[in-house]
Write a protein that binds this ligand. Structure first.
Ligand code: HCA
Ligand code: CU
Length: 458
């Protein structure tokens, strides 16, 4: 059965400019445990005192997940892994010729001796041991098998087959993992696939098919350079495509948004599963299909993630989508009026980027000559923010831009430092948004102004 090791707290914190506080790490670990990941790689305790403390606190939580500390092959590092209370130490030592020659200045025989010595040392301390041949996919295969079997003989019960540079392709990786499985002494095989060519999850899935046991993930695909497989994509892909259903899907979205906020590392809208556009439909042909039966253009129901589908109204929109939006508001129009409304929307879409329900209602008013007594479901609001004097305004702006509902952010002069334009579905969403904005570090005070009527620029 598939296993997942999430390494947001170790590999994820190796993302350029991303650092977590201890409390943030504890929150992440608890949510990962709710999702049901099998192992949490919580950090390398030798890197900094706070990383040590974070692993110590996470180990003390007694989560279901096994807690793994990462370490280079050093006795001091292994001692720290033991001292912080981790269940397992993951010792990494590179095995490719380029790493041995240029970085470690060791021969293959010396490398084997060092690895065996440190695996045995960690075992003697009562730790479970994973051994990672770093840069495994560029390592001579015969040597790789020898090193891994030496580590297993010394007491490692897991090997992490690391595609450190993300150079594999699914069919090549499949063959490699299959041979490795055949040639290794009994052990579990982890797959640590980097995403340099955008193939990380595809490689990992094919490695599991070839007989490996575990995939390494991070929330939002964080990690060195382009990161590793995203936790949500991995869980949902296995759940839907492979019927591996042991993980809890519902908290994935919340965890992804939480990571966006605390890391300042924002998802591209077209990112699968958790991206803003993952369940949005635009062209007339697509929206018409979706309105008749969502299965026409949705690979699965967004409700499994607690998400909703969205129909975008703009110049690509056809009559059926506009009619259904007007129906939502109880606005009745004739066929001829509908045609004019759709044309106006197309013209406006040609000039502007985004149409809100306020705009659509206004167009309906203009076309029919009747005043519509309806309140748009989506509410526009200006949120004014005062920033603490010791905080860079730009750092708050950066966080604000990560909120899905905040469309425009301005740094301004006057009593407030920032003005943000938000568009939300209803009052409670607006309330939540303001609450969340207040938790952003450096925000001292907010004032919200609801937009009653909007006048469109010509
Ligand atoms: C690195 C190490 C590593 C280790 C992977 C693992 C890699 O930062 O180079 O221990 O499973 O990608 O090789 O992240
Ligand atoms: Cu890595």
């Amino acid at each position: 059965m598939l296993e997942i090791l999430d390494t947001t707290l170790r590999e994820g914190e190796q993302t350029p400019y991303v650092n977590f506080t201890i409390d943030e790490k504890i929150h992440i670990a608890k949510m990962l445990d709710q999702i049901g990941v099998d192992m949490i790689e919580a950090g390398d305790p030798s890197v900094s005192p706070n990383i040590f403390k974070a692993i110590e606190r996470i180990s003390a939580l007694n989560l279901n997940a096994e807690i793994v500390a990462h370490s280079i092959a050093s006795r001091a590092g292994i001692d720290k892994a033991k001292a912080c209370g981790a269940d397992r130490v993951a010792i990494f030592y590179a095995t490719s010729k380029i790493h041995l020659d240029a970085k470690l200045h060791k021969t293959e025989e010396q490398a084997i001796a060092i690895i065996q010595e440190h695996v045995s040392y960690a075992r003697s301390k009562g730790l479970k041991v994973r051994y990672t041949p770093e840069d495994a996919t560029r390592t001579d295969f015969e040597f790789l098998v020898r090193v891994c079997n030496a580590a297993i003989e010394a007491g490692a019960d897991r090997i992490s087959f690391a595609d450190t540079l993300g150079i594999m392709q699914p069919h090549v990786f499949y063959d490699r993992v299959k041979s490795l499985r055949e040639r290794l002494l009994p052990c579990k095989i982890d797959l640590h696939c980097h995403d340099d060519y955008g193939l990380a999850l595809a490689n990992a899935m094919s490695g599991i098919r070839a007989g490996a046991d575990c995939i390494h993930t991070t929330v939002n695909g964080l990690g060195e350079r382009t990161g590793i497989p995203d936790l949500a994509e991995t869980v949902v892909a296995f759940h839907n495509l492979e019927r591996a259903e042991k993980y809890n899907i519902q908290p994935l979205m919340e965890l992804s948004s939480y990571l966006e906020k605390i890391s300042g590392f924002f998802l591209a809208p077209n990112k699968p599963i958790t991206g803003q556009n993952a369940f949005s439909h635009k062209s007339g042909v697509h929206t018409n299909g979706i309105l008749k039966d969502p299965r026409t253009y949705e690979p699965f129901d967004p409700a499994i993630l607690g998400r909703e589908r969205k129909i975008i109204i703009d110049k690509y929109t056809g009559k059926s989508a506009v009619q259904s939006r007007l129906d939502e508001y109880g606005i009745k129009v004739s066929d001829a009026e509908l045609e004019v409304i759709v044309n106006r929307i197309k013209n406006m879409g040609d000039q502007r980027k985004q149409l809100f329900d306020t705009d659509i209602i206004e167009i309906a008013e203009q076309v029919t000559g009747r005043e519509m007594d309806v309140i748009p479901h989506d509410i526009s609001a200006m949120i004014m923010l005062e920033v603490e004097s010791h905080v860079y305004t730009t750092s708050v702006v950066r966080r604000l831009r990560g909120f899905e509902n905040v469309s425009q952010v301005y740094e301004v002069t006057g009593d407030y430092d920032i003005s943000a334009f938000a568009n939300v579905e209803n009052m409670s969403a607006l309330n939540n948004l303001i609450e969340e904005i207040r938790t952003v570090q450096g925000v001292k005070r907010t004032e919200t102004r609801m937009v009653l009527k909007k006048y469109l620029s010509k």
